[in-house]
Design a protein around this ligand. Structure first.
Ligand code: SF4
Length: 362
């Protein structure tokens, strides 16, 4: 019996166990962990993966997160906001291609006009789609009232990544000011749940200053917060960001990639019924990265449906894949890739997090 098998026999993983699993560098142990997570995925959420179309509709942002390529302070970025009519065209395309939901993502803005625009956009999307079509929002920190207004207008899911659950680490990757306050982020996460959303969060893996203990705590944080959906992937540096100067501290890309797979696998074991995204950041390191994520326990893909002409202006990190493509090209390649790893896309399922359904019924 190898080191991984022994730990994986336990009913509940302690922090020490999680640290040991994340630290496995021996191939046999790593593979044992990945296989175990995949068997749990198969029995709890199945081998069909959910797909949400991602629309990065605006890169305007008032914040300055130290790792982010579209931070307000990066003057090299061409700022855009896609008009509603164009967003609705993308949604029409998504429906025609059997997508059962979309993710509306933008930089963080909070003002009355933005809140109102989103409320009206949600109402327009609801009118243009079937009642079951799911709207996920990823629009950063907002007041409880705003979250509730958008939920009441028809959005069902909200993604707000904590990025680093350790307060000290959070402070190292954000400016030290009220706009980037750790406690506000936590409150916002709680508020999305209170407003009624399926709530998603996530972290970056392989940040400068981050330890394996931090990552184990991230997974315990996700469990304690009773999160329904998770998107986490390797940290990828961007030259036009303040964090770039710590590049020399980073793990090599393949190690960041394998560590990310182990994070997904351990999380699947800890929370068998949640939805876990295989992120685009995995694909940035390896062409089949997202599919490897599916084999490690992830069950959600978010192909980018943002019209091609905007994609080069939404680079949160460098070497982002598919920035020269249009949506239909991405879909074709996604479907083939998923089949190559023995899975299929659940085009006709709404893909609510089973964890969320259980949470609501309790
Ligand atoms: S991570 Fe989000 S909130 Fe932070 S600067 Fe980038 S787009 Fe803005």
């Amino acid at each position: 019996m190898n080191a991984a098998s022994e730990i994986l026999m336990k009913q509940e993983l302690s922090k020490e166990d999680i640290v040991s699993l994340l630290s496995l560098t021996n191939k046999e142990d790593h593979d044992t962990l990945i296989k175990k997570a995949y068997s749990i995925k198969e029995s709890c959420v199945g081998k069909k993966d959910y797909v949400r179309g991602l629309i990065e509709f605006s890169n305007q942002c008032k914040k300055n997160c130290l790792y982010c390529g579209i931070r307000a302070g990066n003057t090299k970025v061409n700022r855009y906001s896609i008009p509603d009519e164009e967003i609705l065209q993308v949604i029409e395309f998504a429906q025609k291609n059997k997508f059962t939901g979309i993710v509306l993502q933008s930089g963080e803005q909070n003002n009355i006009d933005f809140t109102k625009r989103i409320t009206e956009l949600i109402i327009k999307i609801k009118k243009a789609t079937t009642p079951e079509f799911r709207i996920t929002l990823s629009l950063g920190e907002q007041s409880f009232e705003t979250y509730k207004e958008w939920f009441d207008a028809g959005a069902q899911r909200y993604l707000l990544r904590i990025e680093a659950s350790d307060e000290e680490l959070y402070k190292k990757i954000h400016p030290d000011n009220e706009l980037h306050n750790y406690k506000t982020r936590l409150e916002c996460l709680e508020n999305t749940k209170r407003a009624g959303y399926q709530t998603g969060t996530g972290v970056m893996i392989g940040l400068p200053f981050q330890t394996i203990e931090n990552l184990a705590d991230d997974l315990l944080f996700i469990k304690k917060m009773n999160i329904d959906m998770v998107g986490m992937g390797p940290y990828l540096e961007h030259a036009d960001t303040p964090l770039y100067k710590y590049k020399a501290m980073l793990l090599p890309l393949t190690e960041r990639f394998n560590l990310s797979l182990r994070m997904i696998a351990v999380l699947r074991i800890m929370m068998p019924y949640i939805n876990i995204a295989a992120t685009t950041a995995l694909q940035s390191i390896m062409p089949m990265g997202r599919e490897r994520g599916l084999k490690a326990g992830a069950n959600v893909l978010m192909p980018n449906l943002t019209p091609g002409k905007y994609r080069k202006s939404y680079l949160l990190y460098e070497n982002k894949p598919c920035i020269d493509e249009e949506a239909d090209e991405c879909l074709d390649c996604l479907s083939h890739r998923v089949k190559m790893v023995g899975e299929e896309i659940a085009y006709d399922e709404f893909g609510d997090s089973k964890h969320f359904i259980k949470r609501k019924n309790n």
